[in-house]
Design a protein. Structure first.
Length: 179
């Protein structure tokens, strides 16, 4: 019996082993690698402290853990916004050393899109950005993102819709974003 709910009560280290890498990766994408280890570790410290209040009926601990991580990320939102602005400014300046014309053209296109996305992400209010990044980077569905953030499913759905509209607008008509 190794469901998350069972492991949270009986063997928390297994929860850490099972989910740390994904929580770390999500936080690293949100805040950068400098803060990721501290925030991911703090996520599990908080989860461990609160393990007795975890509702075993939830089953999967991912939304719970991502919710804790998202709350910690929100504390660092200014640093995240600065990072997106820096990425947007960097744009196509990160090309160095490529020799093949097609590779250069591909990197130029990717850098231009990344800059546009970074600007759009920086403009999004944190609650909207949090839903989008939980779905896009953490692989949660809308319902799981809602649970992670402690918001109604309809609110998560509307925030995700708003975020997707902003991304489409930022990218222009050249690129299609999947719903």
């Amino acid at each position: 019996m190794d469901t998350d709910a069972f492991l949270i009560e009986r063997e928390f280290t297994a929860i850490f082993d099972r989910h740390y890498r994904n929580i770390y990766a999500y936080v690293a994408r949100r805040l950068g690698p400098d803060l990721a280890e501290d925030v991911a570790s703090e996520t599990f410290l908080i989860a461990f402290d609160r393990r007795h209040s975890y509702d075993p009926a939830r089953g999967d601990a991912r939304p719970w853990l991502y919710g804790i991580a998202s709350n910690l990320v929100a504390r660092h939102v200014r640093a995240e916004s600065r990072r997106y602005r820096a990425m947007a400014r960097a744009g196509a300046h990160e090309l160095g050393g490529l020799e093949h014309d097609d590779a250069v053209a591909g990197r130029l296109d990717a850098a231009a899109v990344r800059g546009k996305l970074a600007k759009a992400l920086a403009r999004l209010p944190e609650p909207v950005r949090a839903v989008l990044l939980l779905v896009a980077w953490a692989g949660l569905n809308q319902q799981e993102a809602a649970v992670a953030l402690g918001i109604p499913a309809g609110t998560a759905r509307s925030r995700l819709h708003r975020a997707r509209q902003e991304m489409r607008q930022a990218l222009g008509a050249d690129i299609e974003v999947d719903e």
